[in-house]
Design a protein around this ligand. Sequence first.
Ligand code: ZN
Ligand code: ZN
Length: 349
Amino acid sequence: MKALTYYGRGDTGRGDFRIEDVPEPTVVPGTVKIDVEWCGICGSDLHEFEADTVSGYSPPVILGHEFAGTVSAVGDGVDHVRVGERVAIEPFMYCQTCEFCITGDYHVCRDLSVVGVHNIGGGFAEQALVPAYTVHAMPDSVPFDIGALVEPITVGWHGMRKGNFGAGQTALVIGAGPIGLTTLLCAQAFDSAFTAVSVRRPGARADAAARLGADAVIDSSSTDVVAAIMEMTKGRGVDVVFETSGAAEAMTTAIGAVRMGGTIVSLAVWLAPAPCDYMQVLLKELTIVGSKGYNKPDFPEAIAAIGDGRIRGAQEIITTRIGLDEAITGGFEVLAEDRSSHVKVLVSP
Ligand SMILES: [Zn+2]
Ligand SMILES: [Zn+2]
């Protein structure tokens, strides 16, 4: 079968990505084989392609951790999904026995690894073999392309829970990449009274935020984000800031835009430490909380919310659809050249 394999940092300043023929996986006890329908390119994959400083990947590995498809085989001992079922993959793999795993906080397991990042092959392949516990059935109301967005949507969903976000609250989402936009969708699903999105420049990402119904889209290249938020909230600030950009100045913006006693949720992949004025954290008595991926409640809750329409409009996040043959030239290279013209690129193997 065809697959996109990552062989590590090349010496060209780019990750060594190859589309090649590999053996089809064979199902073993406790695993499920998936015919992949759609798989999304994640910003983390793109960091590997661009050979950025931070890497948690263990090549060689078939990439792809945001995918959905149809179950084509199940191993012995698997009874929660059956052949022919439509599923989305929660790519975290973990020890299942430590103090964190047994309470459902497997996202902070010391043995955490990720399908399509570490030792198990991912969704940029015609077929993927994954541990059975990573497989979630989807209702028929969730199409496969949106199924490939369940993973990034669930990142936003976890952020809502970490920020204790709720009905009637106000929010600023910093960044309009895929996670910024899925966070916007989740804030709406949690019945926010007002959600603004700040973007670094005009372009496809800012446009998508507007189409998805952000109450305000603030272009930080031409507008003082904190001043704009203060004007929109009559000087109060927002209840919760969701930081998804990882930009050096982002925590300064977040601290300025959040209300007294408010909460900042950090969802970004930070490539370098960023300044944070802890005197303001004290004076405003802020809560700053990390939000890493997702834990036990998130996938089922997010899939249900997509299925019943509380999360809607997610297709606006998909800006490009390509086949596996074009994944490098039409996906990674295009995104590396100009992120702001694209949001989520989906690949059909
Ligand atoms: Zn990812
Ligand atoms: Zn564990």
